[in-house]
Design a protein. Structure first.
Length: 167
């Protein structure tokens, strides 16, 4: 997965979530492109997470078969080496699963799932921040319009007289 931690992306992230009150028009104009950009990053992170989960499940299944075969072979070897009236130890699913979790391949695959899930969560939070910025821009725009409506204007004193004299 392409990382989202390089300096250019970090600078763009800062621009995406910060607000320049002196240039609200520019901020309004860029919100949709920011959402599109981070939405694409989220889709990439979602794909990475899904692929990592699928790979993890495949690794887990392959390791499960291998570990079960090794444990059953060990149990059979012990049973033939020391024949007793007692039945040989049975290989249980929980024992196989506990051995699978201890393998390096499992740890690598699981770490990839964690990394992709973390990236997905990070991008989702960035999208939430951009959406919050959009809402703030709407509020600031409404506040600015209200302030402009409330501004005192200098009225032309002759204007009222003109209205009174016209038929």
């Amino acid at each position: 997965m392409p990382t989202i931690h390089d300096w250019q992306v970090e600078a763009y992230l800062h621009e995406s979530v910060s607000l320049d009150r002196t240039d609200l028009n520019r901020e309004f104009a860029r919100v949709s492109s920011d959402l599109a950009y981070w939405g694409e990053k989220y889709a990439q992170a979602e794909r990475c997470h899904a692929e990592a989960k699928a790979e993890h499940e495949q690794v887990q299944a392959r390791l499960y078969r291998q570990v079960r075969a090794v444990l059953e072979a060990d149990a059979a070897a012990k049973a033939s080496a020391a024949p007793t009236k007692k039945a040989p130890a049975r290989v249980t699913d929980s024992h196989v699963e506990s051995e699978v979790v201890l393998t390096a391949d499992y740890a690598v695959a699981y770490q990839e799932v964690i990394d992709c899930e973390s990236a997905k969560t990070r991008v989702r939070m960035i999208i939430e921040a951009v959406k919050t910025k959009r809402d703030m821009l709407v509020s600031l725009g409404a506040q600015l319009r209200a302030e402009l409506r409330g501004e005192p204007h200098i009225k032309d004193p002759d204007w009222d007289d003109w209205k009174k004299t016209t038929p």
